[in-house]
Each structure stands twice: as C-alpha cells, then as structure tokens.
Design a binder for this molecule. Structure first.
Ligand SMILES: [Zn+2]
Ligand SMILES: [Zn+2]
Length: 350
C-alpha cells in the first residue's frame, strides 16, 4: 500500500484566493503535500497558468467549487467548467457525475457564532462579519462524499474583533473538529450507501497584508487538515495516470483525513481481517467468527471505534486489535490529549 498526502480545496487568484499556480505549488512542496486540489469558484481558469499534473514534485488536480449562492459542491475529475444551477443543487451534483467526476458537499453546516454589542459593531467596521455558506438542501442524492472537516470554517466560526489576534497567533487553539451535525450527516448517509469523508482547507491565503501570520499563508494551511489516500500501486510520474489514482482512491473511500498540525498522521492504518482476507477502508466484508478489527496509530493516542454513528469502544495506545461481534458501518477516530486528530473512512461489515 502506498500513502500520499493531499491538500484539498484551494482557491487561487482566479477566484477569491490570492496565489498563482506557481505560488500554490511552491507552498504545497514546502508543506510536504504530495498532491493538491485547486477548486476555484465556478471556474477552472488556473489552467491558463499550467495544466493539471506534475509540477515540481507536486501532483496538481484542477477541479471546481461549483458555487451557487448556497450548496457549494467541490468537484474533481471534470474537464468542462460547470455553470452552477442556482435553483437545483441536485442538478450540479448530476452535472459533475455526467462528466465522470466526483464531488463533495462543501462545508455543509458552516456557521458563525454571533457577536453582540460593540464587538458586533466593530466586526462590521473591520470586515469580520463574515458570511458563511452552509447547505440549504440536504435532501440531495448521488453525491460522492462530504467535506467532513474543513480548516477555514472550523477556524472562522469563533473569530471576532475581540479575539482576532488570538486566532491569528495561535490558530490551532480554535480548531475543534468536525461538528456533531456533520458527523451525523455522514454516518446517516453511510448507513444507506457508501459516502466518502474527506478533510479540506478552503485555503484562500487572504488577506495578504496579514501574510506574516501563519493562518493567512497557503504553506501553513496545507500542513493542517489533509486527506491521505492509500493506493494499491505507487505513483508512476505520469500525470494522467496519477491523477486517476487520486480520483479513484477518493471515489472509493480509500483515504483518511487528519489535522497534521496535531501530529503527523502518516502511517495510520485501519483494516479488518476476516476469513483470511484483509479489508481496507472503502471495502465491504461479511461478518465471520474470526472477524477482527485493527488500528495502527503513528503515535500514542485515544482510539475510538464508531459503529453506525455510535462509539463502541474507546481505548488508549498506539494500536488496537479486537474481535468484531456485530455488523455495521465501522470507522475510527483518534485524538491526542482531547484534540481531534484522525478520522478514517468506513469499512462496511454485513
Ligand atoms: Zn464554499
Ligand atoms: Zn471554497
């Protein structure tokens, strides 16, 4: 198995981000990302600065954040730009599928804590009364996955003019993990069919005037919440084939996501052994007498096993192996000192 680290959902200066393709690639290389996904709002114009594929040791995928006013859908693996249908989120999901691409509900429960009194007035004055764009139509079908954890929306939910300096100087203090609503949406969707969870950035690297602060740089953001894919074969160095490998791993759910600022999550593994066969994230397997679940963490942490949305065990350590006595949708979460760290995709045991 071959693991590659992805920094996903990046805006360039072709929408409301600040960087050129060259600047974004450089930041990705410095942050240690193997692949990146650039997803500008309603356009793929960044292709004018260079096509997708390998750039300086970083595999660049150019997608699009199909962005009607609400219900943003982050699409990868499409060739033609999609003009968003403002009325029908389902039409946008289907337009991505028609091109053979995959898509993820972007920041489905984006929210901001309301400021009051003078803080609210100051927020308006200095432009911190940020508008957020949650999903309004969650009855949609046929989407491939969900952005379960997104760095910028996790960070921005609590920022105001009173605490802005704490937020820019110590951003990690304010990162609290996927919201309970998002995890519930993901687990409920997974009970019906496979729905892949990913962790993304929504990196804009703005405003540049605050560029000395880490939170405003692409490089910093690309070292935070990342989606690690697990591939059966190594990258070949051939752009089209390697892009296809990333897309297929994400489509299948052969991936986990983690805040790598908490600790490097490379090497995390979750698999199930049953009847002499080893099953990986994204797989389905039948329950047998010898079915066993295994988790390996790259360092000591709390391991939670979740079945059908509910925790079934919480242990501490670097690894876990236990018998599986009942079927269900099994996934794993890990924490370090209470801080959310790693979230696996699921293995369905039937
Ligand atoms: Zn968005
Ligand atoms: Zn975005």
């Amino acid at each position: 198995m071959f693991e590659y680290i992805g920094a996903v959902h990046i805006h360039s200066h072709c929408s409301d981000g600040s960087g050129s393709l060259r600047q974004i690639v450089r930041a990705a290389r410095l942050a240690g990302a193997d692949f990146i996904v650039i997803s500008d709002h309603n356009n793929m114009s960044i292709r004018k600065e260079g096509s997708s594929g390998w750039h300086d040791g970083v595999l660049v995928l150019i997608g699009e954040e199909v962005s009607p006013h609400y219900n943003h859908y982050m699409a990868i693996g499409i060739e033609e730009e999609i003009v968003p249908n403002q009325e029908s989120a389902q039409a946008n999901i289907d337009a991505v599928a028609r091109q053979g691409g995959i898509g993820f509900l972007a920041h489905p429960f984006a929210f901001r804590r309301r400021s009051n009194g003078w803080v609210a007035r100051l927020d308006r004055l200095i432009g911190l009364d940020v508008t957020v764009y949650p999903w309004r139509d969650l009855h949609v079908k046929r989407f491939d996955g969900i952005e379960v954890w997104q760095y910028m929306y996790d960070w921005v939910k609590s920022v105001n003019s009173f605490n802005i300096f704490a937020h820019v100087l110590a951003p990690e203090r304010f990162i609290t993990g996927p919201t309970a609503e998002t995890l519930k949406l993901w687990d409920e969707a997974n009970a019906r069919r496979k729905v892949v969870g990913i962790g993304t950035l929504d990196a804009h690297a703005k405003p540049r005037v605050l560029g000395m602060f880490p939170i405003c740089s692409y490089r910093y953001l690309m070292g935070t919440i990342r989606t690690h894919i697990i591939c059966p074969e190594p990258f070949t160095g051939e752009s089209m084939a390697d892009e296809r490998s990333v897309i297929e791993a994400l489509r299948y759910g052969s991936c986990f996501f983690a805040n790598d600022r908490v600790a490097d999550s490379s090497g995390f593994r979750f698999y199930i052994k049953s009847g002499g066969v080893t099953y990986q994230m994204g797989d389905k397997c039948a329950l047998a007498d010898d079915t066993e679940l295994c988790v390996i963490l790259p360092r000591d942490g709390e391991i939670r096993v979740i079945r059908d949305g509910a925790p079934v065990s919480v242990t501490h350590g670097e690894s876990l192996c236990r018998n599986v006595r009942a079927g269900g949708v099994l996934r794993v979460e890990a924490r370090i000192k209470g801080k959310p760290w790693i979230f696996s995709n699921a293995i369905h045991v039937t």
